[in-house]
Design a binder for this molecule. Structure first.
Ligand code: FAQ
Length: 337
């Protein structure tokens, strides 16, 4: 905010009298007072960039996240489960739309965002690169993955950027329903035959560690936490959210009669939290960097769906253009009359 640099250019960022400096001070004061920043407000370029990166990665995660569960819609074990899963997968698509729209308010186009995903430039959550091998995985995704998503996203309802915060409020309401439906699938399996319970345990064994990785690297290795926290985007750090998730999930696993696959997991009365084992960060970075079990298949399916839907987008645009042209012609005719 204040500088002792010898700088006589009044438009320079380092000058105490520069417009940008004053604007940034006002902006930071608004953040400190917990005011919402809206699209028409002045914002530092770094704030805009951080938001575009995070919101678009979040949007991509929702849309790619439809794929692991989407493959089970035709294989759901009953009509009721099929209807619920269909609605859940549609909800995730809707979340992607809210989030792409929120990102577009920052001056980036939908086409640019989607190109970045398809060309491999933009990231999406590591968790969606794992295989859904059994019906129990659909329960585990709802219970753990949606559970982790809520843990991470509830604080985002209070983030400083208005359109993102408002999108998150709607999304969190739906995610909490998703988490309950997942828990209900796992509960039904745990109360079923020994084979069904074993299926639930086997699924938990595969998804536990990747779910903990969803929260991102340790705070000490997180490149964006400092800046994102200063801007009021990130309210709780990666490690603190991960700890909160472990603390609430252990009791849920106990209720279900399932064991969390971590021999180091134990209650630490001094800290008032569970201690847990080491996360395999090599696996995390492999998956983030494209070498997970399903990265290739996910991008292939996503790009094919986009191409196969091109005619629908073209037809909708042609229809909208026709209606607009007709409206202009009608207005012209009225004016002439
Ligand atoms: N996967 O400096 P940080 C869902 C990257 S939605 C891949 O700590 P940041 C709903 C990170 O981007 C799930 N990459 O980063 C659903 C950065 O790389 P960059 C998605 C990851 O942003 C449920 C680098 O590592 N949720 O599940 C991951 O401060 C069921 C350094 O990391 C959101 O997107 C990861 N797990 O913190 C749908 C929530 N973690 O960009 C269908 C919003 C980190 O420099 C079915 N996002 N990276 O190239 C956030 O809260 C944050 O972006 C974090 C990461 C916490 C994910």
């Amino acid at each position: 905010m204040y500088t002792q640099a010898i700088d006589t250019d009044p438009t320079s960022r380092n000058s105490p009298t520069s417009h940008a400096s004053v604007a940034e001070d006002v902006f930071l004061a608004r953040i400190a007072q917990d005011e919402k920043i809206e699209p028409q407000d002045w914002m530092p370029e770094a704030y805009r960039k951080t938001l575009v990166r995070q919101i678009s990665q979040h949007a991509h995660s929702e849309v790619v996240g439809m794929l692991p569960e989407g493959g089970w819609i035709t294989r759901a074990p009953s009509l009721r489960r099929k209807e619920i899963l269909l609605a859940k997968v549609q909800d995730e698509g809707g979340h992607g739309l809210y989030l792409y729209s929120a990102a577009e308010t920052l001056g980036v186009s939908r086409e640019q965002l989607i190109d970045a995903l398809h060309s491999g430039k933009a990231k999406y959550s590591s968790i969606f690169n794992y295989e859904t091998k059994t019906w129990a995985d659909i329960g585990t995704i709802g219970w753990l993955v949606d559970g982790a998503a809520i843990m991470n996203q509830v604080p985002l309802c209070r983030c400083s950027y208005g359109p993102y915060a408002r999108a998150m409020i709607r999304i969190c309401k739906e995610e909490s329903f998703h988490q309950r439906q997942g828990f209900d699938i796992v509960r039904a399996l745990c109360e079923g035959t020994p084979e069904q319970k074993a299926m639930a345990q086997e699924s938990l064994n595969r998804w536990w560690w990747p779910t903990l990785m969803m929260f991102g690297p340790h705070d000490s290795d997180s490149t964006h936490t400092g800046q994102a926290s200063a801007y009021g985007i990130k309210r709780i750090s990666n490690d603190d959210l991960r700890q909160k998730f472990v603390d609430v999930t252990v009791a849920q696993a106990e209720f279900l009669g399932l064991s969390i696959p971590d021999p180091a997991l134990r209650w630490n009365a001094e800290r008032g939290h569970y201690d847990f084992g080491k996360i395999d960060w090599d696996e995390f970075w492999r998956v983030v960097n494209g070498q997970g079990p399903c990265n290739e298949a996910r991008m292939h399916d996503r790009i094919s769906a986009f191409e196969e839907g091109r005619w629908v987008r073209d037809a909708a645009s042609a229809h909208a253009a026709k209606r607009a042209a007709r409206a202009v012609a009608r207005a012209g005719a009225l004016e002439a009359a």
